[in-house]
Design a protein around this ligand. Structure first.
Ligand code: GDP
Length: 329
Protein backbone atom coordinates (compact mmCIF):
# COMPACT_ATOMS: atom_id res chain seq x y z
CA UNK A 1 0.00 0.00 0.00
CA UNK A 2 1.59 3.35 -0.99
CA UNK A 3 1.77 5.95 1.75
CA UNK A 4 1.26 9.70 1.42
CA UNK A 5 1.66 12.58 3.87
CA UNK A 6 -0.35 15.74 3.16
CA UNK A 7 0.33 19.09 4.83
CA UNK A 8 -2.62 21.46 4.74
CA UNK A 9 -4.89 18.42 4.82
CA UNK A 10 -7.76 20.34 6.45
CA UNK A 11 -7.95 22.80 3.55
CA UNK A 12 -9.90 22.50 0.31
CA UNK A 13 -7.15 20.79 -1.69
CA UNK A 14 -6.05 18.62 1.22
CA UNK A 15 -9.55 17.18 1.52
CA UNK A 16 -9.92 16.46 -2.21
CA UNK A 17 -6.43 14.97 -2.36
CA UNK A 18 -6.96 12.80 0.73
CA UNK A 19 -10.09 11.33 -0.84
CA UNK A 20 -8.41 10.90 -4.23
CA UNK A 21 -5.43 9.03 -2.75
CA UNK A 22 -7.62 6.93 -0.49
CA UNK A 23 -9.69 5.88 -3.52
CA UNK A 24 -6.44 4.75 -5.15
CA UNK A 25 -5.51 2.54 -2.23
CA UNK A 26 -3.11 4.88 -0.44
CA UNK A 27 -2.61 5.02 3.28
CA UNK A 28 -3.14 8.73 3.94
CA UNK A 29 -1.46 10.73 6.71
CA UNK A 30 -2.40 14.34 7.34
CA UNK A 31 -0.34 16.92 9.19
CA UNK A 32 -2.50 19.05 11.50
CA UNK A 33 -1.11 21.89 13.58
CA UNK A 34 -2.03 23.22 16.99
CA UNK A 35 -3.51 21.87 20.17
CA UNK A 36 -6.98 20.37 19.96
CA UNK A 37 -7.46 21.98 16.53
CA UNK A 38 -11.20 21.88 15.69
CA UNK A 39 -10.38 21.54 11.98
CA UNK A 40 -8.54 18.31 12.80
CA UNK A 41 -11.61 16.99 14.62
CA UNK A 42 -13.88 17.87 11.69
CA UNK A 43 -11.46 16.23 9.29
CA UNK A 44 -11.53 12.98 11.24
CA UNK A 45 -15.31 12.96 11.25
CA UNK A 46 -15.53 13.39 7.50
CA UNK A 47 -12.42 11.47 6.45
CA UNK A 48 -11.93 8.82 9.15
CA UNK A 49 -9.35 7.03 7.01
CA UNK A 50 -6.86 9.91 7.41
CA UNK A 51 -4.23 9.20 10.05
CA UNK A 52 -3.81 12.61 11.69
CA UNK A 53 -0.26 13.50 12.66
CA UNK A 54 0.40 16.58 14.73
CA UNK A 55 3.01 18.97 13.41
CA UNK A 56 3.66 22.45 12.12
CA UNK A 57 5.50 23.80 9.09
CA UNK A 58 7.21 26.27 11.44
CA UNK A 59 8.71 23.44 13.51
CA UNK A 60 11.36 21.26 11.85
CA UNK A 61 11.53 18.60 14.58
CA UNK A 62 7.79 18.03 14.22
CA UNK A 63 8.22 17.49 10.46
CA UNK A 64 11.03 15.00 11.05
CA UNK A 65 8.85 13.14 13.57
CA UNK A 66 5.88 13.15 11.15
CA UNK A 67 8.03 11.65 8.39
CA UNK A 68 9.47 9.03 10.74
CA UNK A 69 5.95 8.05 11.74
CA UNK A 70 4.29 8.10 8.32
CA UNK A 71 7.24 6.76 6.27
CA UNK A 72 5.60 8.28 3.19
CA UNK A 73 6.39 7.46 -0.42
CA UNK A 74 4.94 10.84 -1.35
CA UNK A 75 4.69 14.16 0.49
CA UNK A 76 2.25 16.80 -0.73
CA UNK A 77 3.05 20.21 0.73
CA UNK A 78 -0.26 22.08 0.56
CA UNK A 79 0.04 23.81 3.94
CA UNK A 80 0.37 27.59 3.78
CA UNK A 81 -1.02 30.93 4.78
CA UNK A 82 -2.88 30.92 1.48
CA UNK A 83 -5.15 33.95 1.62
CA UNK A 84 -3.52 36.87 -0.21
CA UNK A 85 -5.31 39.58 1.80
CA UNK A 86 -4.13 38.04 5.09
CA UNK A 87 -0.57 37.87 3.78
CA UNK A 88 -0.48 41.68 3.63
CA UNK A 89 -1.50 41.88 7.29
CA UNK A 90 0.73 39.05 8.51
CA UNK A 91 3.63 39.21 6.10
CA UNK A 92 6.28 37.75 8.39
CA UNK A 93 4.10 34.80 9.36
CA UNK A 94 3.38 34.21 5.67
CA UNK A 95 7.10 34.24 4.82
CA UNK A 96 7.71 31.77 7.63
CA UNK A 97 4.94 29.28 6.88
CA UNK A 98 4.38 29.62 3.14
CA UNK A 99 8.06 30.21 2.28
CA UNK A 100 10.40 28.74 4.91
CA UNK A 101 7.96 25.90 5.62
CA UNK A 102 8.90 24.44 2.22
CA UNK A 103 12.60 24.56 3.09
CA UNK A 104 11.93 22.82 6.40
CA UNK A 105 9.97 20.04 4.76
CA UNK A 106 12.68 19.53 2.13
CA UNK A 107 15.31 19.35 4.88
CA UNK A 108 13.20 16.90 6.84
CA UNK A 109 12.95 14.71 3.72
CA UNK A 110 16.72 14.86 3.27
CA UNK A 111 17.12 13.74 6.89
CA UNK A 112 14.60 10.90 7.01
CA UNK A 113 13.17 10.41 3.49
CA UNK A 114 13.53 6.70 2.59
CA UNK A 115 16.94 5.67 1.17
CA UNK A 116 15.95 2.72 -0.98
CA UNK A 117 12.65 4.20 -1.96
CA UNK A 118 13.26 7.96 -1.81
CA UNK A 119 10.30 10.09 -0.77
CA UNK A 120 8.79 12.10 -3.61
CA UNK A 121 7.82 15.70 -2.92
CA UNK A 122 5.08 17.90 -4.38
CA UNK A 123 5.16 21.66 -3.75
CA UNK A 124 1.97 23.67 -4.18
CA UNK A 125 3.21 26.63 -6.20
CA UNK A 126 0.77 29.28 -7.30
CA UNK A 127 -0.22 31.46 -10.23
CA UNK A 128 0.06 34.37 -7.77
CA UNK A 129 3.81 34.15 -8.44
CA UNK A 130 3.14 35.61 -11.92
CA UNK A 131 1.48 38.64 -10.29
CA UNK A 132 1.99 41.60 -12.60
CA UNK A 133 2.19 39.29 -15.56
CA UNK A 134 5.15 39.52 -17.94
CA UNK A 135 3.32 37.66 -20.72
CA UNK A 136 -0.09 36.17 -21.47
CA UNK A 137 -0.92 33.35 -21.15
CA UNK A 138 1.52 32.30 -18.43
CA UNK A 139 3.53 29.09 -18.78
CA UNK A 140 6.39 27.34 -16.95
CA UNK A 141 8.93 29.76 -18.47
CA UNK A 142 7.11 33.01 -17.68
CA UNK A 143 9.17 35.19 -15.28
CA UNK A 144 7.65 35.88 -11.85
CA UNK A 145 6.57 39.28 -10.54
CA UNK A 146 4.68 38.56 -7.30
CA UNK A 147 2.37 41.26 -5.97
CA UNK A 148 1.81 40.17 -2.37
CA UNK A 149 3.79 38.73 0.55
CA UNK A 150 1.97 35.48 -0.28
CA UNK A 151 3.23 35.55 -3.87
CA UNK A 152 6.77 36.38 -2.73
CA UNK A 153 6.77 33.51 -0.23
CA UNK A 154 5.48 31.11 -2.91
CA UNK A 155 8.32 32.17 -5.23
CA UNK A 156 10.78 31.20 -2.51
CA UNK A 157 9.03 27.85 -2.03
CA UNK A 158 9.10 27.23 -5.77
CA UNK A 159 12.76 28.13 -6.21
CA UNK A 160 13.94 26.19 -3.16
CA UNK A 161 12.09 23.11 -4.42
CA UNK A 162 13.95 23.33 -7.74
CA UNK A 163 17.20 24.03 -5.94
CA UNK A 164 16.87 20.91 -3.78
CA UNK A 165 16.04 18.86 -6.85
CA UNK A 166 19.15 20.18 -8.62
CA UNK A 167 21.43 20.07 -5.60
CA UNK A 168 20.49 16.80 -3.93
CA UNK A 169 18.71 14.87 -6.65
CA UNK A 170 15.39 14.84 -4.77
CA UNK A 171 12.34 13.81 -6.73
CA UNK A 172 10.68 17.18 -6.15
CA UNK A 173 7.98 18.73 -8.34
CA UNK A 174 6.30 22.05 -8.28
CA UNK A 175 2.75 22.53 -9.57
CA UNK A 176 2.00 26.08 -10.70
CA UNK A 177 -1.71 25.86 -10.04
CA UNK A 178 -4.04 28.63 -11.11
CA UNK A 179 -7.03 29.46 -8.89
CA UNK A 180 -9.15 26.42 -8.19
CA UNK A 181 -12.43 26.44 -6.36
CA UNK A 182 -15.19 24.17 -5.11
CA UNK A 183 -17.94 24.00 -2.49
CA UNK A 184 -15.10 23.26 -0.03
CA UNK A 185 -13.37 26.60 -0.69
CA UNK A 186 -13.08 28.86 2.37
CA UNK A 187 -15.54 31.78 2.47
CA UNK A 188 -12.67 34.27 2.64
CA UNK A 189 -11.97 33.64 -1.06
CA UNK A 190 -14.07 35.63 -3.50
CA UNK A 191 -15.79 32.72 -5.27
CA UNK A 192 -17.17 31.06 -2.18
CA UNK A 193 -17.88 34.41 -0.53
CA UNK A 194 -20.06 35.22 -3.54
CA UNK A 195 -21.86 31.86 -3.83
CA UNK A 196 -22.53 31.80 -0.10
CA UNK A 197 -23.90 35.36 -0.17
CA UNK A 198 -26.01 34.67 -3.27
CA UNK A 199 -27.60 31.69 -1.52
CA UNK A 200 -28.32 33.73 1.60
CA UNK A 201 -29.72 36.65 -0.39
CA UNK A 202 -31.93 34.29 -2.35
CA UNK A 203 -33.28 32.83 0.91
CA UNK A 204 -33.80 36.27 2.44
CA UNK A 205 -31.10 35.74 5.07
CA UNK A 206 -28.79 38.51 3.88
CA UNK A 207 -29.45 41.88 2.18
CA UNK A 208 -26.22 42.73 0.39
CA UNK A 209 -22.79 41.57 -0.68
CA UNK A 210 -19.78 43.82 -0.01
CA UNK A 211 -16.85 43.28 -2.37
CA UNK A 212 -13.60 44.88 -3.47
CA UNK A 213 -12.72 45.28 -7.13
CA UNK A 214 -14.86 43.46 -9.70
CA UNK A 215 -12.27 43.95 -12.47
CA UNK A 216 -9.52 41.40 -11.68
CA UNK A 217 -9.51 38.39 -13.96
CA UNK A 218 -8.64 34.85 -12.92
CA UNK A 219 -8.31 31.44 -14.52
CA UNK A 220 -10.72 29.54 -12.26
CA UNK A 221 -10.86 25.75 -12.35
CA UNK A 222 -12.34 23.00 -10.20
CA UNK A 223 -10.19 21.85 -7.25
CA UNK A 224 -11.21 18.21 -7.70
CA UNK A 225 -9.57 18.24 -11.15
CA UNK A 226 -6.43 19.93 -9.87
CA UNK A 227 -5.50 17.42 -7.16
CA UNK A 228 -5.30 14.75 -9.86
CA UNK A 229 -2.60 16.81 -11.59
CA UNK A 230 -0.62 16.90 -8.31
CA UNK A 231 -0.67 13.12 -8.12
CA UNK A 232 0.19 12.67 -11.81
CA UNK A 233 3.30 14.84 -11.35
CA UNK A 234 4.66 12.40 -8.76
CA UNK A 235 4.05 9.34 -10.99
CA UNK A 236 6.45 10.35 -13.81
CA UNK A 237 9.94 8.97 -14.44
CA UNK A 238 11.52 12.39 -13.91
CA UNK A 239 10.48 15.22 -11.61
CA UNK A 240 9.43 18.45 -13.29
CA UNK A 241 7.27 21.57 -12.90
CA UNK A 242 3.89 22.07 -14.53
CA UNK A 243 1.32 24.82 -14.99
CA UNK A 244 -2.20 23.59 -14.21
CA UNK A 245 -4.98 25.84 -15.55
CA UNK A 246 -8.07 25.88 -17.74
CA UNK A 247 -6.72 28.45 -20.21
CA UNK A 248 -9.80 30.64 -19.79
CA UNK A 249 -10.06 33.85 -17.85
CA UNK A 250 -13.07 35.57 -16.28
CA UNK A 251 -13.50 38.70 -14.21
CA UNK A 252 -14.82 38.78 -10.66
CA UNK A 253 -17.81 40.59 -12.20
CA UNK A 254 -18.44 37.61 -14.54
CA UNK A 255 -18.39 35.27 -11.56
CA UNK A 256 -20.80 37.46 -9.57
CA UNK A 257 -23.22 37.84 -12.47
CA UNK A 258 -23.29 34.12 -13.23
CA UNK A 259 -23.69 33.19 -9.55
CA UNK A 260 -26.73 35.47 -9.14
CA UNK A 261 -28.17 34.15 -12.40
CA UNK A 262 -27.74 30.58 -11.16
CA UNK A 263 -30.01 31.51 -8.25
CA UNK A 264 -32.53 33.13 -10.60
CA UNK A 265 -31.58 36.75 -9.77
CA UNK A 266 -30.91 38.98 -12.80
CA UNK A 267 -30.66 42.45 -11.24
CA UNK A 268 -27.55 41.55 -9.22
CA UNK A 269 -26.21 45.14 -9.11
CA UNK A 270 -28.91 45.94 -6.53
CA UNK A 271 -27.25 43.68 -4.02
CA UNK A 272 -23.54 44.34 -4.57
CA UNK A 273 -21.76 47.16 -2.78
CA UNK A 274 -18.13 48.29 -3.10
CA UNK A 275 -16.29 48.12 0.21
CA UNK A 276 -12.78 49.58 0.15
CA UNK A 277 -11.69 47.27 2.94
CA UNK A 278 -11.60 44.47 0.37
CA UNK A 279 -9.25 46.34 -1.97
CA UNK A 280 -5.62 45.22 -1.81
CA UNK A 281 -2.47 47.36 -1.55
CA UNK A 282 -1.36 45.89 -4.88
CA UNK A 283 -3.54 43.80 -7.13
CA UNK A 284 -3.07 40.99 -9.62
CA UNK A 285 -5.16 42.14 -12.58
CA UNK A 286 -5.08 39.22 -14.98
CA UNK A 287 -4.18 35.55 -14.80
CA UNK A 288 -4.62 32.95 -17.50
CA UNK A 289 -2.54 29.81 -17.72
CA UNK A 290 -1.16 27.74 -20.55
CA UNK A 291 -1.32 24.12 -19.37
CA UNK A 292 -0.13 22.55 -22.66
CA UNK A 293 2.76 20.79 -20.93
CA UNK A 294 0.50 19.17 -18.31
CA UNK A 295 -1.90 18.10 -21.06
CA UNK A 296 0.89 16.62 -23.18
CA UNK A 297 3.13 15.00 -20.57
CA UNK A 298 0.66 14.14 -17.80
CA UNK A 299 -2.39 13.65 -20.01
CA UNK A 300 -4.24 15.97 -17.64
CA UNK A 301 -7.47 17.76 -18.65
CA UNK A 302 -9.87 19.89 -16.66
CA UNK A 303 -13.35 18.32 -16.61
CA UNK A 304 -15.49 21.15 -15.26
CA UNK A 305 -16.36 24.31 -17.19
CA UNK A 306 -16.57 27.75 -15.58
CA UNK A 307 -20.41 27.96 -15.70
CA UNK A 308 -20.64 24.45 -14.27
CA UNK A 309 -18.28 25.38 -11.43
CA UNK A 310 -20.31 28.47 -10.54
CA UNK A 311 -23.67 26.69 -10.65
CA UNK A 312 -22.36 23.74 -8.63
CA UNK A 313 -21.09 26.06 -5.90
CA UNK A 314 -24.33 28.07 -5.82
CA UNK A 315 -26.47 24.91 -5.68
CA UNK A 316 -24.35 23.57 -2.82
CA UNK A 317 -24.63 26.79 -0.83
CA UNK A 318 -28.38 27.06 -1.41
CA UNK A 319 -28.71 23.55 -0.02
CA UNK A 320 -26.49 24.21 3.01
CA UNK A 321 -28.13 27.55 3.88
CA UNK A 322 -31.60 26.10 3.45
CA UNK A 323 -30.82 23.25 5.83
CA UNK A 324 -29.30 25.64 8.37
CA UNK A 325 -32.38 27.85 8.19
CA UNK A 326 -34.70 24.86 8.64
CA UNK A 327 -32.64 23.67 11.59
CA UNK A 328 -33.19 27.02 13.31
CA UNK A 329 -36.95 26.93 12.82
P1 GDP B 1 -6.50 35.16 -5.04
O1 GDP B 1 -6.48 35.17 -6.54
O2 GDP B 1 -5.66 34.07 -4.46
O3 GDP B 1 -6.21 36.47 -4.42
O4 GDP B 1 -8.01 34.71 -4.67
P2 GDP B 1 -9.24 35.51 -4.04
O5 GDP B 1 -10.44 34.65 -4.27
O6 GDP B 1 -8.96 35.90 -2.62
O7 GDP B 1 -9.34 36.86 -4.90
C1 GDP B 1 -9.55 36.83 -6.28
C2 GDP B 1 -9.74 38.25 -6.78
O8 GDP B 1 -10.99 38.76 -6.32
C3 GDP B 1 -8.69 39.23 -6.31
O9 GDP B 1 -8.28 40.02 -7.39
C4 GDP B 1 -9.42 40.07 -5.28
O10 GDP B 1 -8.92 41.41 -5.16
C5 GDP B 1 -10.82 40.09 -5.88
N1 GDP B 1 -11.86 40.45 -4.90
C6 GDP B 1 -12.79 41.43 -5.02
N2 GDP B 1 -13.56 41.50 -3.93
C7 GDP B 1 -13.11 40.53 -3.08
C8 GDP B 1 -13.53 40.13 -1.78
O11 GDP B 1 -14.44 40.67 -1.18
N3 GDP B 1 -12.86 39.08 -1.21
C9 GDP B 1 -11.82 38.45 -1.88
N4 GDP B 1 -11.19 37.41 -1.30
N5 GDP B 1 -11.40 38.85 -3.11
C10 GDP B 1 -12.04 39.87 -3.69
Amino acid sequence: MPRALITGVTGQDGQYLAQFLHDRGYEVFGLVKGQNNPRGTLLQEEFPFVDVVSGDLQDLPSLVAALEYAQPDEVYNLGAISFVALSFRQAELTANVTGLGVLRMLEAIRMVGGRENPTRFYQASSSEMFGKVRETPQNEQTPFYPRSPYGVAKVFGHDITINYRDSYGLYACSGLLFNHESPRRGVEFVTRKVTNAVARIKLGLQQELALGSLEPRRDWGFAGDYVKAMWLMLQQDEPDDYVVATGQTHSVRDFVELAFQAAGIDDWQRFVRLDERFLRPSEVDLLVGDASKARKVLGWEPTMSFPELVTTMVAHDLDVEQRKAEGRR
